[in-house]
Design a protein around this ligand. Structure first.
Ligand code: BES
Ligand code: ZN
Ligand code: ZN
Length: 503
């Protein structure tokens, strides 16, 4: 469904939208209900009868007859406490509004930009986050569905109503939100495409086109070039597939001189069968999503170009398909990476770290960035530890980690830090090469040992690794996502980070 957004200054009672919606906070219930009475005088009585008290996720729908029938929709926020978690409640309330409006098959909805205090957010921030949530909630992956329900509404016009004057900050918030919401949805669309359509060359061609449209510098290397450059990781992982691996690099130049440079690196396994260390069938079902990191760093840099980001940004996408075949990498193979280090491959299903090793060393050597963030659906261990609501963050650079964590909280892509200390580093030693691609079993801590491996390829560059195995798709209970499809995590975080980055 396509969602169009308008911001309107005025009284929502005059709106002609088929549905008018107010978010009601439990903690200032009466105040919110007073404003709802302007849309429907009896609504407080109805709310009382139906037990609506503004609990998070709850809804109350009341049809009112004006010129036509309109639905007044109340959506509970829950308790508006201090801090960014309350802004997440606001996002989810907006998501619930869009879902409900879809069910009501309305084509227009007016939403009150709430005047209540939500966390520490300003009204411009609430508008921005509300619009992004509405756009995310409108997205569904229906590209391959040919038997559409004829009554389905394909376009939804959303009007955010505010009694505040439409000062520049609100207009700017709207423009920013549309860029960010679009980027997240485009990332979700790429991630949701099936692996028989989306292979490394498909992503490279798509990236080339979008780079051209957005004034980003674009570079791509194929198998032969990577072989010459000594990228044994990407070449090795891709060698079992008929689909050639690719390395894509996009560059955004800051509008000012001497700006810092941040590099993003995203894991782009377009399908992870496990290779010769074949995954069981169940574990393979979701493995089209194993390119989520690449999709997110791609769409983040596109949004950052559109937002005229004040710093230089580089996005590096190592792309390969991990397949078993007569030409596939074997357990026992020893490969050499771009920075000259070697690894013994004991499990071909631990392939993400192998392609990231080349991409990270390439980013470090070619760009000498001030910071480097990699994003990867890297380990089942991370998903098991943290579940669906926090991405794993591993780093030994506290200041960069703090910036990433703040960007996550503010944007709605929260992260939770896992340990990365010297104790774990021996786990990845090999007898026959510099490194082994799987940790010694008795060290456990699979998310951490994977990060230990990656750390060998970033040198002294401040670096944060984000493991999104648990958050990239199939996230329950968040109204603006569409389980089991892709979430787009952490596109919002990366954009927020780069826009506010300090060396
Ligand atoms: N792509 C998977 C990780 C993954 C698992 C992502 C579940 C999303 C959901 C990765 O390539 C992988 O297979 N990792 C192995 C590493 C192990 C062999 C050391 C894992 O996590 O089991
Ligand atoms: Zn794997
Ligand atoms: Zn993988």
């Amino acid at each position: 469904m396509s969602v169009s957004i308008d911001v309107v200054h005025g009284n929502m009672a005059t709106s002609k939208a088929q549905c008018t919606a107010i978010v009601v906070a439990q903690s200032c219930f009466e105040e919110c209900m007073k404003r709802a009475e302007a849309l429907c005088p009896d609504i407080s009585t109805i709310a009382q009868q139906r037990g609506f008290i503004g609990k998070a996720g709850s809804t109350l729908i009341v049809p009112v007859v004006k010129e036509t029938v309109q639905n007044v929709l109340l959506v509970g926020l829950g308790e508006a406490r201090k801090g960014e978690r309350s802004v997440e409640l606001w996002r989810r309330a907006i998501g619930t509004i869009i879902r409900t409006v879809k069910q009501l098959k309305a084509g227009t909805v007016a939403i009150e930009l709430t005047p209540i205090q939500v966390g520490q957010a300003t009204s411009a921030q609430l508008l921005e986050q509300g619009i992004i949530a509405a756009m995310l909630a409108g997205y569904e992956f229906d590209t391959f569905i040919t038997t559409h329900d004829a009554t389905i509404v394909h376009a939804l016009a959303v009007e955010f109503y505010t009694t505040e004057r439409l000062i520049d900050t609100l207009q700017q918030a709207r423009d920013r939100a549309e860029i960010i919401g679009h980027a997240v949805n485009e990332a979700r669309q790429l991630k949701n495409l099936p692996p028989n359509v989306l292979n490394p060359k498909y992503v490279a061609a798509y990236a080339k086109e979008i780079a051209h449209k957005n004034n980003l510098k674009f570079t791509v290397f194929g198998r032969e070039e990577m072989l010459k450059m000594g990228m044994g990781g990407i070449v090795g992982v891709g060698q079992g597939s008929v689909n050639e691996p690719q390395l894509v690099i996009l560059e955004h130049a800051a509008p000012v001189d001497n700006a810092p440079t941040v590099a993003f690196v995203g894991k782009g396994i377009t399908f992870d069968s496990g290779g010769l260390s074949l995954k069981p069938a169940k574990s393979m079902e979701d493995m089209k999503h194993d390119m989520s990191g690449a999709a997110t760093v791609l769409q983040a840099i596109v949004a950052l170009a559109q937002l005229k980001c004040p710093i230089n940004v580089i996005s590096v996408l190592p792309l390969a398909e991990n397949m078993p075949s007569g030409t596939a990498m074997r357990p026992g193979d020893i490969i050499k990476f771009y920075n000259g280090k070697t690894a013994e491959v004991l499990n071909t299903d631990a392939e993400g770290r192998l392609i990231l090793a080349d991409a990270l060393s390439y980013a470090v050597k070619q760009y000498a960035p001030d910071a480097i963030i990699d994003v990867a659906t890297l380990t089942g261990a991370c998903a098991a530890a943290l579940g669906s609501f926090f991405s794993g963050m591993l780093s030994e650079h506290d200041t960069l980690a703090a910036q990433v964590a703040l960007a996550g909280e503010k944007s709605g892509d929260p992260v939770w830090r896992l340990p990365l200390t010297d104790d774990y580093k021996v786990a990845m030693k090999s007898h026959v090469a510099d490194l082994c691609n799987i940790g010694k079993a008795h060290y456990a801590a699979g998310a951490t040992t994977a990060a230990v491996f990656l750390q060998h390829f970033v040198g002294d560059t401040p670096w944060v690794h984000l493991d999104i195995a648990g958050t990239a798709y199939d996230v329950p209970d968040i109204s603006y996502y569409d389980r089991p499809t892709s979430t787009g995590t952490p596109t919002r975080l990366l954009i927020q980070l780069a826009m506010n980055y300090k060396v």
